[in-house]
Write a new protein. Structure first.
Length: 754
């Protein structure tokens, strides 16, 4: 009989005795027709000697040593890629290097899959919990009680456990493992989109809760790792929901007006709720936006951060409702969530009582829960629209709708009736009062008649929206363009796939006269060093990490690239090097269930402001716009530490906008137009919009081949019309101001060389 089961055991560091017990528990399986692949994920002496010992004794064991530690997901993919080549192997599983697998483990799982209908592709079973000494834990029964669930529940809770096996035919329909330490969860979410599951109510293995080198123990002992796991957990859930067209059910509005540290503790409680299908809009009302730094410590794909310095809770209500595109809305109140399942139970009660006006006896700490058809203006006794005497009113003093869940439509209708301030709340503004209704500087310039053309500021003054087009532009409900929910942002970072030397005008100074210098190992090593210590800092510093970044290299450079990367820590999960021939495929694989795709351009030695990704998610371009151009930024010479304001008419810092359907059909916006000021200067010829803020740093350094601060400083390039293509602005001379600006781009730990 041929071997038909493939097993992968990844291992990095492990106690020798536990490692031996794990291997022997596989060797001693009653069903013996399996192949065990032990992948050594970073050589450690005791591990590799033990693996060699067993591989030399048993022909069913293959050892694959790997010099550097890259993580469980990488090791699994190496092992399964090896097994995929064996045409006889039809069933796959993986095991940990510290667990015990009972003699029936392989045989029972394989038999269940073999005897199940063809559409069943994943079998899993119960398990025991044990400590390092093999003693059973009393929590075994409670952990096993939640295992037998329909696959539809998997998107809300991981219940597959640690004893599983799946059919090879279904594994070939999806990509391999990723997103350590939630690699199993992500993999099974994708796998079960192609097959059904079956549960075996039998305990087939023993899971060690706290072995010295286990991922679970490391996560338990590290707040940073727990937060990273939570971030990835909700990232894979978000991706799964997008693939399945499942929209968020609830929007939570989370205001922060005082006590940021206390608000941080409350935020952790919100993020730990077992109910996860919500959006979280954080309104920072502090005077200096100090809660933003806290958000950076607690990243989460569900968070949308907004800063309204010295704002009031009243003022954010309407803005929040406009941003909330979910059926339900909750205004968070401190002390709302006292345990892990409060929000889940509340939403469940809301959904299971279609005729209820309120549900308050079971959840008194949450206040009242209203339904759309039963909520009227007279039933509401809060303070919608009333101006607070304080600029920052603490949540505890607010008597409005905080802590309650509403149908969004009902809440919007109430707010429209209540939003007008003072005694005139219930009366529409008359024609005479319109001139007084606009606040701040705009009070003196009502948008009426001929004055409409003067109301819009800056360069847009000449393009006032009028008539039907104005109403359409101002109506949030009619907007159908890119949003945070339907848009995929990918940062395209050319490394050495574009030969800049060939694109330069002949009379332009070059620091690298040799042709194809960018393909040499020396050049690659220098530029990877700059990327790691400059551009990567900018990417990691982004306040919104919901993006992918592909650093694209020339196909012939793969060996040099991989060798150079071994000298640096592993890149974050959303940032990776890909070859030029792999780039478009890598992009397309990430576009499922997205309507729009932003291709954001950034050189491998430059930087974007920390809030730029977040800004793009909330920017609403015209439907005709094909590119966003960043004209204003800074130019920085890291050799001399000179920093100055900089302007480029059609800079390479731009963002191409695609409909995903168009991109998949082969539509590409051609902006490649080499000139003295860049290679993507053709962007200005496309339908475009200008990002006015200073959001980029153009970096001049020793390894530059085509860009030097001294050249930009002494010469202004002009187009045929005589318009300046570049302008060197004010030099930042104050050292503290210079440091502050650089840290906004590169992180609070960045320091200028002294």
């Amino acid at each position: 009989m041929e071997i038909d089961v493939g097993i992968v055991m990844p291992v990095y560091r492990q106690e020798s005795s536990l490692f031996r017990k794990a291997i022997e528990s596989i060797i001693n399986q009653k069903y013996s027709y399996f192949h065990l692949v032990i992948v050594i994920d970073g050589v450690t002496p005791n591990v590799i000697s033990i693996a060699k010992e067993y591989a030399s004794k048993d022909s069913r064991i293959t050892m694959i040593p790997k010099k550097d530690n890259s993580g469980t997901n990488v090791a699994l993919n190496i092992g399964f890629n090896f097994l995929q080549k064996n045409t006889n192997v039809q069933y796959l599983t993986w095991v940990s290097s510290d667990n015990i697998y009972y003699p029936d483990f392989v045989g029972v799982l394989k038999e269940r899959l073999e005897n199940s209908p063809p559409h069943v592709g994943l079998a899993y079973s119960g398990f025991h919990l044990i400590d390092d000494n093999g003693k059973h834990n009393n929590a075994t029964d409670s952990w096993n009680a939640r295992l037998n669930q329909p696959k539809e529940n998997l998107i809300n809770e991981y219940f597959i456990g640690y004893a599983f096996m799946y059919k090879k035919v279904f594994s070939q329909k999806i990509e391999g493992y990723k997103y350590m330490p939630v690699e199993d969860y992500d993999y099974f979410l994708r796998l079960t989109e192609h097959c059904d599951i079956t549960f075996i109510p039998q305990k087939l293995m023993a899971f060690r809760l706290s072995s010295p080198y286990s991922n679970s123990l490391q996560i338990k002992n590290s707040l940073e790792k727990r937060r990273r796991r939570r971030y990835l957990l909700h990232l894979v859930r978000k991706e799964a929901r997008q693939r399945r067209n499942i929209s968020p059910e609830l929007t939570i509005i989370f205001p922060v007006s005082d006590s940021p540290l206390q608000a941080k503790q409350e935020l952790e409680k919100v993020l730990e709720q077992s109910f996860s299908n919500y959006k979280l809009i954080i309104h920072d009302l502090t005077s200096n936006g100090e809660f933003h730094s806290i958000i950076n410590e607690i990243p989460d794909v569900r968070i949308q951060y907004l800063s309204t310095p010295n704002g009031t809770l009243d003022n954010i209500l309407l803005k929040s409702l406009e941003l909330a595109d979910t059926r339900l809305v909750m205004f968070f109140r401190r002390g709302n969530f006292r345990n892990y399942s409060h929000l889940k139970e509340l939403v469940h009660s809301f959904n299971s009582n279609p005729s209820a006006i309120k549900i308050s006896d079971k959840f008194p700490e949450f206040g009242k829960v209203y339904k759309k058809k039963t909520l009227s203006e007279n039933q509401y006794t809060g303070s919608f629209g009333e101006k607070s005497k304080k600029k920052t009113l603490p949540e505890s003093q607010y008597t409005g709708p905080f802590g309650e869940i509403y149908k969004k439509k009902a809440l919007s209708e109430i707010y429209k009736k209540k939003a007008l301030s003072g005694k005139s709340k219930k009366k529409a503004l008359s024609e005479k009062s319109k001139k007084k209704a606009l606040s701040g500087k705009s009070k003196k310039k009502a948008l009426s008649g001929k004055s409409k053309k003067k109301a819009l500021s800056g360069k847009s003054k000449k393009k006032a929206l009028s008539g039907k087009s104005k109403k359409k532009a101002l109506s949030g409900n009619q907007y159908t363009g890119p949003t945070i929910a339907n848009n995929r942002i990918i940062v395209y970072i050319p490394f050495n796939n574009l030969n800049v030397q060939k694109t330069l005008p002949k009379n332009l100074h070059s620091n690298s006269p040799k042709e194809n210098t960018h393909l040499t190992e020396e050049w690659i090593n220098k530029r990877i060093f700059i990327f790691m210590n400059f551009t990567l800092k900018s990417l990691i510093n982004q306040s919104n990490q919901n993006y992918l970044a592909f650093i694209v290299y020339h196909d012939s450079s793969r060996q040099f690239i991989e060798k150079a990367l071994q000298n640096y820590p592993k890149l974050p999960f959303n940032i990776r090097f890909v070859s030029s021939s792999e780039y478009e495929k890598a992009v397309i694989e990430t576009l499922n269930n997205y309507k729009y795709f932003y291709e954001l351009h950034l050189y491998s030695d430059d930087a974007y402001h920390k809030n730029y990704i977040e800004q793009l998610y909330h920017y609403r371009p015209s439907l005709q716009t094909k590119v966003l151009i960043c004209q204003n930024g800074y130019i920085y010479d890291s050799i001399t530490d000179e920093l100055a304001e900089y302007y480029n008419l059609s800079s390479s810092f731009n963002c191409l906008i695609y409909k995903v359907t168009d991109y998949l059909k082969g539509v590409r916006h051609n902006i490649f137009q080499p000139s003295e000021t860049g290679i993507w200067t053709g962007a200005i010829r496309l339908p475009h919009e200008i990002i006015s803020e200073r959001v980029y740093i153009n970096h001049s350094h020793k390894a530059n081949s085509a860009f030097f601060l001294k050249d930009e400083k002494r010469r202004i390039w002009r187009n045929k019309k005589g318009e300046p293509l570049n302008l060197f602005g004010k030099t930042i001379t104050d050292k503290e101001e210079k440091q502050r600006i650089l840290q906004e781009f590169l992180g609070s730990n960045y320091r200028m060389d002294t």
